[in-house]
Design a protein around this ligand. Structure first.
Ligand code: FES
Length: 105
């Protein structure tokens, strides 16, 4: 699986991901800038906010209510395709494109 992380300036990084990791863990492990992940994935910080490419968004499992609530507290205003990427699991063959917001804090 591959994850493409594009930052707010349009610069993209393609990262080889491991099945079962989260999209947040994949970013942190590869030093991808733009994802802070203060709480380490326990769904209490909203600093792993990403905008998922529209074409990919619908294919993801829907978010839980808690993630939805936390997204209202993100530093940059949420959009229709916003997710907290610690809640997105990497699956076999995944080819996911996300954009990181200008700031997470
Ligand atoms: Fe804190 Fe995702 S890492 S909510």
């Amino acid at each position: 699986p591959t994850i493409t992380y594009t930052d707010a300036t349009g610069s993209a990084r393609v990262v080889e991901a491991n099945v079962g990791d989260s999209v947040m863990e994949t970013a942190v492990r590869n030093g991808v800038p733009g994802i802070v992940a203060e709480c380490g994935g326990s769904l209490s910080c909203a600093t792993c906010h990403v905008f998922v490419d529209e074409a990919d968004f619908a294919a993801l499992p829907p978010m839980e209510e808690m993630e939805d609530e936390m997204l209202w507290g993100a530093a940059v205003e949420r959009q229709d395709t916003s997710r907290l990427c610690c809640q997105i699991k990497v699956t076999d063959g995944m080819d996911l494109h996300v954009t990181t917001p200008e700031t997470q804090v």
